[in-house]
Every structure is written in structure tokens, then in C-alpha cells.
Design a protein around this ligand. Structure first.
Ligand SMILES: [Zn+2]
Ligand SMILES: [Zn+2]
Length: 129
């Protein structure tokens, strides 16, 4: 079982199946929704994604037929769902466990933040510095 939760802990979920290949999405909508350079996502089958407890997620329809679900208390993005599909698109930043899946691609680079580069010599630190 792979588990995840929101920042405040009100939303918790379990995944009983596989997490799909990882996609990093740089579209403007993802950047705004996540307040970040990009959003890292992967597909999970509807029937293998289980919200725990009796929690109601907030929801925003960011484009027609596509809804983004988040914790109403702390704002953590949990998943998106497109009408007529049988999977959710999980927001991987909410995971507490390793998804045991592989990175597949970066998409929507046409809308990438101008201040972010995929390949760069920016110094890396294990913690805040
Ligand atoms: Zn929360
Ligand atoms: Zn996107």
C-alpha cells in the first residue's frame, strides 16, 4: 500500500495498485494551482485510490471537464480528474511513500516558467542554505 496526505493531515489516502509513470507538467495552469515551477503527476486507477475517513475535498474546474481536488483546510493539491476517464491524476508531492514508478517526461515546456531551467549549474543543497 502506498500512502499520502495533505500538509495539515486532514486528507489521507491509500493506493492499492500501481502509480503510473511520472510526468512533470510545466503548463501555466499547473504552475498557478501548485504555486510552483511545475507539477509532478502520475495516473492511478480510480478503484485503487482510497481516501481515508469522511473528508470532502475542495474542487476547482480549471478547464472544461477537468477538476482539480485539494484539501480545503491547507490547500494541498491531491489529484485531478478528467470527465469520462477511469483514473485520477495524482499530485505526487502529496505522497508519503515512494511511488516506485519512473520519470517519463517533462511536458508543456512551451509554457515553462522563464526563471526555471531543467538543466543548470544551480548549486544543490540537501537542506535550506
Ligand atoms: Zn490539509
Ligand atoms: Zn499542467
Amino acid at each position: 500500500m502506498i500512502t499520502g496526505s495533505c500538509l495539515c493531515g486532514e486528507v489521507k489516502y491509500e493506493i492499492s495498485g500501481k502509480v503510473g509513470d511520472i510526468v512533470h507538467c510545466h503548463c501555466q495552469t499547473c504552475r498557478k494551482a501548485h504555486g510552483a515551477a511545475f507539477s509532478s503527476v502520475a495516473a492511478v486507477n480510480d478503484h485503487e485510490f482510497h481516501l481515508l475517513g469522511n473528508v470532502t475535498l475542495g474542487c476547482f474546474e480549471s478547464s472544461k471537464g477537468k477538476k482539480r481536488y485539494f484539501c480545503v483546510n491547507c490547500g494541498t493539491q491531491i489529484y485531478a480528474k478528467r470527465e469520462g476517464t477511469e483514473h485520477i491524476v495524482l499530485r505526487l508531492g502529496s505522497l508519503d511513500d515512494d511511488p516506485q514508478s519512473v520519470e517519463k517526461s517533462h511536458i508543456w515546456l512551451s509554457q515553462k516558467a522563464s526563471w526555471y531551467s531543467l538543466r543548470s549549474d544551480v548549486p544543490e543543497h540537501l537542506e535550506f542554505e
